[in-house]
Design a protein around this ligand. Sequence first.
Ligand SMILES: [Mn+2]
Length: 426
Amino acid sequence: MKINQEQVSESNKSGLENHKDSFDFLANKLTKQGKDVDAIVSNLADFQVAIPSWALGAGGTRFGRFSFYGEPSSLEQKIEDIGVLHSLTQTAGAVSLHIPWDIPSDYAAIKEQADALNIKFDAVNSNTFQDQKNASETYKYGSLSNTSKAVREQAIQHNLDVIKIGDKLGSKALTVWLADGSCFPGQNNFQTAFQNTQDSLIDIYKGLPDDWKMLVEYKPYEPNFYSTVIQDWGASLMLANGCGDKAYTLVDLGHHLPNSNIEQIVSILQLKGKLGGFHFNDSKYGDDDLTVGSIKPYALFLIFNELVYGMQNNPQNPDLAWMIDASHNVKDPLEDLIQSLEAIQEAYAKAMLIDQNLLKEAQLDNDVVKCQEILQGAYRTDVRPLLEKARLNTGGVINPISAYRNLGVREALIKERGKNTVATGL
Ligand SMILES: [Mn+2]
């Protein structure tokens, strides 16, 4: 399934007049407020988010998995699906591969396919939370933190292999997320587990090419329910600092205890030049991996406020790796991803509407009411015409969900792949 330019133009015919009306109205209003509308639209068009190779099929929970018809059953089909997302949204110009779930069998062919669809290879993800076929050691009691040297060595080697795979595809970052931890008090010695993890990460770091980054992800609990070795941003930052300049903290929005102030974490990491990347999703209770912006869109906006501030004021922090990390239990995975991409772009656009100079003035005056008015004035603006404009300028569609449905993408995928395919992933 491939969407061509003719289908895009056809999809846009009916909505073009409405789009023009609403865009002109908004652009006029924003211009009067002194905003550079063209710059905002062009920033939106440049903002690309990587789609995880593990989230193109239906997601499961520990209670089961309900498959979604027409799922991709090979890496080629996954890239094809991202191609569909990218054709419609012009925002999904990258893929984040999970190894070993998605090892290419033919590197040249997969690169050629991705190039043709304008898809880049973003961070590669290692997996030491599951035992692999024919592996000599088990990760049941941890990987990089394990008390057994043989297990640690196997996990280190896996990460080095993942770097090699990513290198062949043009990736420039390795994301390490560990399930390591303990389920019961007394099971682990915290200090030993942490030190082992640091030493193992240093060994992996030594194998990192010069122009690569290592992204260290944290998570407070699950699958271990008493302790996690890298439980929060502080632990991640310590480990990254222990490795060196090319190691950074990765923030996954779902990997926090309830009510954590994620925007503050993001802000301070940027100040220290140590924010490496992002996993977008949303949650109500824990690591729910729901559609971005579906539960707490205002929190997402506040995070983007800090990100925009950081992008403008923190040259010490490198460009970030943007990725979605979500699961789709009940929605069409591709529709879910379209909604996530839209929510990310919306939060970004709204954050760009914040007048940072005015906010600074209000902060210096301790005008608390005005500070809130400035933030919420931006948040309450319906920025969707700006997103539409960015998509139109780059060859996408005005309304990706309607176009996806009107073009019968899922029906075509089912016809092509059948009802019984199962995608590797969560
Ligand atoms: Mn994640």
